[in-house]
Design a protein around this ligand. Structure first.
Ligand code: PRP
Length: 217
């Protein structure tokens, strides 16, 4: 049987996930020495079994798992929430890994009253779907402007009255004179599994997820 493939979000989640594989007693040396390679083997030292780690951008993890070319993926709940089912194929969210913790929040320049007044409100975000859902749930008609990165700039430049963004330590907000107005949703890394692959490879996938779960609980 060909090895299971797990798509990992490059960067911080990749490092935490490789740390988890290390604690599971797996050999992750190929990832440590990856150079520019994007598909790398990881070995279970006990059984000699291998899986393949695929390094991808967050939204692409959903695409590869959705299409079933990677059976599993590790991605932040933020990416799952923003895609909101708009992914080819389907996947199950199987496990909360408990790392990559942060939260979605509405933030605005310190001391301003975002919800006050009757003038139209504008928010900048990398997560327009999440922002739309949040304001819809409050019955608020807010203009949402999509920004690709460093959304904190938008209120500083006068483009928006607030932002919807991820907050981890809060330093980015603090250092740019912004503060949380309201927390929207807690975020952490999740293991996802393609629905059809789950049927085809249930025992192997369940065994792998059980080993991960044993190390995080
Ligand atoms: C995220 C987020 C904030 C920052 C929050 O950006 O968009 O800018 O982290 O973290 P903090 O609360 O610990 O300061 P990221 O570093 O992912 O970069 P990006 O803006 O390029 O997406």
């Amino acid at each position: 049987m060909k090895p299971l493939r797990i798509a990992l979000t490059k960067g911080r989640l990749e490092k935490s996930m490789i740390g988890l594989f290390d604690r599971m007693g797996w050999d992750t040396s190929a990832v440590a020495d990856k150079g520019r390679r994007l598909i790398l083997p990881v070995y279970d030292r006990q059984t000699g079994g291998a899986i393949e780690v695929v390094l991808a951008k967050p939204a692409d993890v959903l695409t590869y798992v959705g299409h079933g070319v990677c059976e599993l993926g590790v991605v932040g709940k933020d990416t799952i929430a923003e895609a909101a089912g708009d992914t080819a194929g389907g996947f199950y969210e199987m496990l909360d890994l408990g790392f990559g913790k942060c939260r979605f929040a509405l933030a605005a320049p310190k001391g301003t009253d975002f919800f006050g007044g009757y003038t139209g409100k504008t928010v900048a975000t990398k997560y327009p779907h999440v922002a739309r859902g949040y304001f819809d749930s409050r019955g608020m008609d807010v203009q949402i402007i999509r920004i690709e990165g460093s959304v904190e700039l938008a209120p500083l430049l006068g483009l928006a009255g607030g932002i919807v963004d991820l907050v981890e330590t809060g330093s980015t907000l603090r250092e740019n004179g912004l503060e949380v107005v309201e927390e929207i949703m807690p975020i952490s890394a999740r293991v996802i599994v393609n629905m059809a692959c789950m049927k085809l490879h249930k025992p192997e996938i369940e065994a792998l997820i059980a080993k991960m779960e044993a190390q995080i609980s």
